[in-house]
Design a protein around this ligand. Structure first.
Ligand SMILES: Nc1nc2c(ncn2[C@@H]2O[C@H](COP(=O)(O)OP(=O)(O)OP(=O)(O)O)[C@@H](O)[C@H]2O)c(=O)[nH]1
Ligand SMILES: [Mg+2]
Length: 298
């Protein structure tokens, strides 16, 4: 004991280890400078914050899990449910748009969550989206075992005004349309007995009108009559709803459980899902509450 005490008093490093008080002082003084290496990644005030999440190597994931081609309804619903979990948790998200293996989340431009720190926002969203996707897998794929954990990447992009924000969303919906039209035509040609190479050659150098024509004249498919979900993707946004007095428990909206329990009749915010055209101004003027005061393209 005596020798230990002597050591404690004479060896500086060991004395820090044995004395938590000294260690605390040292952490505050000598080591604290390391915090200064952290970068300030706060998103610029006043900008729309968009987080886009995208499935990693989903060409492989979808084929390993035998997703229906060109669109797997269960998979798309699972994406919507994962996005709904994210919106339920992060109430500053005013709108989300999803298609294929991606989802974009738009935050209220005035939001101050996480002090607007980009890395905190991004990691929280990607993490919750991925865990919700995995958590709800069984409900949507009761007969398909999850062979390995899916992963999603993510990015944060800032848009300085509403015009560019709407153009961003139009870009994603145009992407949905272009891919879906191509894939629908491609898989119809393949179903008719042609090889993948032949189907690709048939569609090469065709415009939208050409693909529509192939679908209509060769397969009797009017592209505009295909499920809006496949042609337009999914839009999630909040709507106000007057609730009936209800027993304690989560409310359901359409296919979603929104979690916002209302025990007395009152106005509740609930998430709704729609598969509308968001490139057209009609959508935004029909739902002026989504972009709020900023609707005037400022
Ligand atoms: N069969 C099927 N495949 C789908 C469906 N939705 C998405 N996919 C697949 O997911 C891919 C998504 O495209 P990308 O995100 O560009 O490709 P990725 O393989 O995920 O590659 P990275 O995102 O770069 O990691 C599509 O090319 C399809 O292969 C679906 O409903 N059915
Ligand atoms: Mg992907």
């Amino acid at each position: 004991m005596l020798s230990l005490l002597r050591l404690y008093n004479t060896t500086p490093q060991l004395s820090y280890i044995l004395n938590p008080h000294k260690l605390q002082i040292m952490a505050k003084s000598r080591f604290e400078y390391v915090k200064k290496f952290e970068q300030d990644d706060r998103c610029l005030l006043g900008c729309w914050i968009v987080v886009r999440i995208d499935g990693r190597s989903f060409h492989k994931f979808t084929s390993e899990h035998l997703f229906a081609k060109p669109n797997d309804l269960s998979a798309l619903k699972l994406m919507d449910v994962a996005a709904c979990s994210v919106m339920e948790e992060f109430r500053d998200i005013i709108f989300a748009y999803g298609q294929s293996d991606e989802y974009s989340f738009i935050f209220d431009r005035k939001m101050s969550l996480f002090n607007r720190r980009s890395s905190k926002i991004l990691t929280n969203l990607v993490s919750l989206f991925t865990s919700s996707y995995t958590y709800n897998w069984r409900i949507h794929f009761p007969n398909t075992e999850l062979k390995y954990p899916p992963a999603f990447d993510g990015r944060v992009v800032l848009y300085p005004n509403t015009i560019v924000l709407k153009d961003y969303l139009s870009w994603r919906q145009a992407d949905c349309h272009i891919n879906n039209l191509y894939n629908t035509a491609f898989w119809e040609i393949v179903k008719s007995g042609k090889s993948h190479v032949e189907a690709a050659a048939r569609l090469k150098d065709t415009f939208s009108s050409g693909k529509n024509e192939i679908l209509f004249s060769e397969f009797g498919i009017n592209y505009n009559k295909i499920e809006p979900r496949y042609r337009k993707g999914s839009c999630l946004f909040w709507i106000d709803k007057m609730t009936e007095k209800s027993p304690e428990g989560p409310d359901t909206v359409g296919e979603f459980i929104t979690g916002g329990a209302c025990k007395k009749p009152r106005v509740c915010r609930e998430i709704t899902v729609s598969h509308e055209d968001i490139i057209s101004e009609v959508f935004w003027s029909n739902h002026p509450q989504i972009l709020g005061q900023d609707i005037v393209n400022s």
